[in-house]
Unconditional design. Structure first.
Lengths: 286, 301
C-alpha cells in the first residue's frame, strides 16, 4: 500500500491533474512543432516551403537543400571550422583552467591572488561580449589574427574560463586531500600530483565542464561574426548570413539549422546526466 | 632530511604554482584586460574609423554627454528593462510550474526532460531564424494556425508595437527549460522524508507545494532570477537575427545599440563610452546580486 503511494505521482498534481495533462500537451506542441518545422522545411521543395497556406506535411521529400548548402554555401568548411573551434576551445579552456584551478586550491599562492581572480571572473560573467567587441577587433587585428580560427578559440576560451574555473575549483576542493598528502610524502612534485593523482579523481567533473564549453563555443555568434571574413567562418555566422540577404531562402536556411543543431543535440542527449549536472552546478555553486 | 626536502619542495612548488596560473593570466590579458583598458581609453576620444588615416582625438567626456542625450540610447535602455523584466518573470513562473510537474522521478518526467532540452541546446542564432520563419507575416505557420481558429494574423516582427514582445516570446521559449531544469535539480535535493511525512499528515498536493517545496527552494528561485536577469540584459543574438533592432528602432537593446554604433557606423569612441557605462552599471548591479546570492546560498545550506 505504502509502496504504491510512493510510486504514484503527487507533487506534480499540485494544480490538479487536468492542468497537468494540459500543460504537458502544450509543452509538447510548443517545443516539438518548431523542431518538426525546422526539419520538414529542410526537406521540402521550394514550392512547398514558400506556400500559402503553409504545407504542414510535405508531399515530396528532397535532400536538395542539403546538397545545396554543401556545394553553394561552403557549409563543409563552416562545419569543419565549428568542429575545430569548439574542440580546441574545449581543450584549451580545460587544460589552462584545470592548471589554474589546481594551483588555486593546492598550490602555494598568496591569498590575495585568489580573491582578485574570483572578483575578476564575477565581473567577466556580468558583461556581454559586445562591450569589448570594438577593442577586441583592434587587438586581434594588431596580432594579425583576423579571420583565423585561433582568434575565435582564444575569445571563446576567455569567455568560458570563469565558468570552467569556478566549477573546477569546486571539484578540486572536494577531492580527498589525504591522497594528495600521501603523494606529497612519497615525493611527488606538484606537477606529478596534478597530472597523476588529483586530476584523475575529478574525471566526471571534467566531462561535465567540457560538454558545457563545447556547447557554448559551438553556439557562439558575436565574436565569430566580428572576427571572421571568409576562411574561419563557423556555422552560426553562415546561417545568420542567410538572413541579411534580401530574400530569406527558407529551405537551405532550415537545412543549415539542422546541421547546426543536430550534432550538439545528439551529444547532449547522450550525456544528458553530465550536461544537466554541469548546468545546475554552474548556476548554483560557488 | 625530511624537513629540508619539504622546504625545497615548497620553494619549487611556489614557482610551479605561478607557472600553472600563467596561461590563464596570459589569455585574460590578451582577450580581456588589454581590450577593456583600450576601450576605456577610446571612450574619451573621438575616433571615426571610416575616415581614412583618422587618429583618436582626446575629447574628454563629450562621448558620455552625447549618448546620455541620445534618444535612441534611452529607447534601448527602456527596451532592455522591458525585455528583462517581462521575459524573466514569465520564465520563472512557467519554469516553476513545469519543474513541479516534472520533478518526480518517473518515465514521463525523463522523456519530457529530454524534450525540453531541445530549446536549451539550440543555438540562439538558430532559434531566432527558426522563429523568424514561423512568425513571418506572409508565409508564417503561426499566423496560419491563428487564422484556422479565426484569429486575425499578427504582424509579429514587422509591427513596431509588437516586435519586442515577439522576441520576448522566443526568449521565453528558449530559456524557460533552463529555469525548469535548475528548479528540478533543487527539488530533487529535498529529502524524501520531508515530503513523505507531509503526505502521511494528509497534505494536499497544493499544500505540499506551497508549504514545503516552495519555501525550501525559494533561495534557488532568487538565484536563478538573478542569473536570468543579468543574461536577459546581455541579449544580443536573438534580437540581431530576428529583427536587427527594427522595425525602425522598436527592438533596439543596449547590446545591439553598442554593436550598431561601433561595428556598423564605426563610431569607435562613442560606442566605447556606452560600453564603459554598461560594464560599470552591470558591475554595480551584480555586486548587489552577489551579496544577495551569498545570503541565499547560506540559506540553502
Amino acid at each position: 500500500m505504502n509502496i504504491r503511494i510512493h510510486k504514484k505521482s503527487y507533487l506534480s498534481n499540485f494544480l490538479g491533474w487536468p492542468a497537468k495533462v494540459l500543460i504537458i500537451a502544450v509543452i509538447l506542441v510548443v517545443i516539438l512543432f518548431p523542431f518538426y518545422w525546422l526539419i520538414s522545411n529542410s526537406l521540402k521543395v521550394e514550392q512547398e516551403y514558400f506556400a500559402k497556406p503553409p504545407v504542414i506535411v510535405p508531399s515530396q521529400v528532397t535532400i536538395k537543400n542539403y546538397v545545396d548548402i554543401f556545394t553553394k554555401y561552403q557549409v563543409g568548411r563552416g562545419l569543419l571550422n565549428s568542429i575545430l573551434i569548439a574542440t580546441f576551445t574545449m581543450v584549451l579552456s580545460l587544460v589552462t583552467g584545470s592548471l589554474a584551478s589546481y594551483a588555486l586550491i593546492n598550490g602555494i599562492l598568496p591569498k590575495k591572488i585568489k580573491a582578485v581572480l574570483a572578483l575578476w571572473f564575477l565581473i567577466q560573467k556580468m558583461y556581454p561580449a559586445v562591450v569589448i567587441a570594438v577593442p577586441i577587433f583592434f587587438v586581434i587585428n594588431k596580432l594579425g589574427l583576423m579571420d583565423t580560427r585561433l582568434s575565435l578559440i582564444m575569445m571563446n576560451t576567455s569567455f568560458n574560463l570563469p565558468l570552467v574555473i569556478l566549477l573546477l575549483i569546486g571539484f578540486y576542493a572536494e577531492a580527498p586531500f589525504e591522497i594528495e598528502e600521501q603523494a606529497m610524502l612519497d615525493g611527488c612534485s606538484l606537477f606529478q600530483r596534478f597530472l597523476f593523482v588529483t586530476t584523475p579523481m575529478i574525471k566526471a567533473g571534467l566531462v561535465a565542464v567540457s560538454i558545457l564549453v563545447f556547447l557554448s563555443s559551438w553556439n557562439e555568434f558575436l565574436f565569430a561574426a566580428i572576427l571572421t571574413i571568409v576562411r574561419a567562418k563557423p556555422l552560426t555566422v553562415i546561417i545568420a548570413g542567410f538572413i541579411t540577404d534580401k530574400g530569406l531562402i527558407w529551405g537551405p536556411m532550415s537545412a543549415m539549422g539542422v546541421v547546426v543543431v543536430f550534432p550538439v543535440l545528439i551529444m547532449m542527449w547522450a550525456m544528458q546526466k553530465n550536461f544537466i549536472g554541469g548546468v545546475s552546478a554552474g548556476a548554483l555553486k560557488g | 632530511m625530511l624537513i629540508s626536502r619539504n622546504i625545497r619542495a615548497t620553494t619549487g612548488d611556489k614557482v610551479v604554482s605561478w607557472v600553472f596560473l600563467l596561461p590563464v593570466i596570459i589569455i585574460l590579458a590578451v582577450t580581456a584586460f588589454i581590450p577593456l583598458g583600450y576601450g576605456v581609453f577610446l571612450s574619451f576620444h573621438k575616433f571615426q574609423l571610416n575616415i581614412p588615416n583618422s587618429k583618436p582625438v582626446f575629447i574628454g567626456f563629450s562621448n558620455y554627454i552625447e549618448f546620455m542625450k541620445d534618444k535612441l540610447f534611452i529607447k534601448s535602455l527602456t527596451n532592455n528593462i522591458i525585455f528583462a523584466t517581462i521575459s524573466v518573470s514569465m520564465e520563472l513562473i512557467v519554469g516553476l510550474v513545469v519543474a513541479m510537474i516534472l520533478s518526480e522521478d518517473n518515465k514521463m518526467s525523463r522523456v519530457m526532460i529530454t524534450i525540453i532540452l531541445i530549446p536549451m541546446i539550440i543555438a540562439p542564432v538558430v532559434a531566432g531564424t527558426l522563429w523568424r520563419m514561423m512568425l513571418d507575416s506572409t508565409y508564417g505557420v503561426v499566423d496560419y494556425f491563428l487564422e484556422l481558429i479565426h484569429i486575425p494574423g499578427v504582424r509579429w516582427l514587422s509591427d513596431p508595437k509588437i516586435a519586442l514582445y515577439s522576441v520576448i516570446l522566443v526568449d521565453f521559449w528558449k530559456f524557460t527549460p533552463y529555469v525548469a531544469i535548475l528548479l528540478i535539480s533543487s527539488v530533487k535535493t529535498i529529502p524524501r522524508s520531508f515530503m513523505d511525512s507531509a503526505r502521511v499528515d494528509g497534505a494536499s498536493p497544493w499544500k505540499l507545494f506551497y508549504r514545503i517545496v516552495l519555501p525550501i527552494i525559494s533561495p534557488v528561485i532568487i538565484i536563478v532570477a538573478m542569473i536570468r536577469f543579468i543574461d536577459a540584459f546581455k541579449v544580443f543574438d536573438l534580437v540581431f537575427v530576428m529583427t536587427g533592432g527594427g522595425p525602425g528602432n522598436a527592438t533596439e537593446v543596449l547590446p545591439t545599440y553598442i554593436y550598431r554604433e561601433g561595428i556598423k557606423y564605426f563610431r569607435i569612441g562613442f560606442a566605447s563610452s556606452v560600453a564603459v557605462v554598461f560594464i560599470t552599471v552591470m558591475f554595480l548591479v551584480s555586486g548587489i546580486f552577489i551579496r544577495l546570492r551569498t545570503i541565499q546560498l547560506n540559506r540553502v545550506e
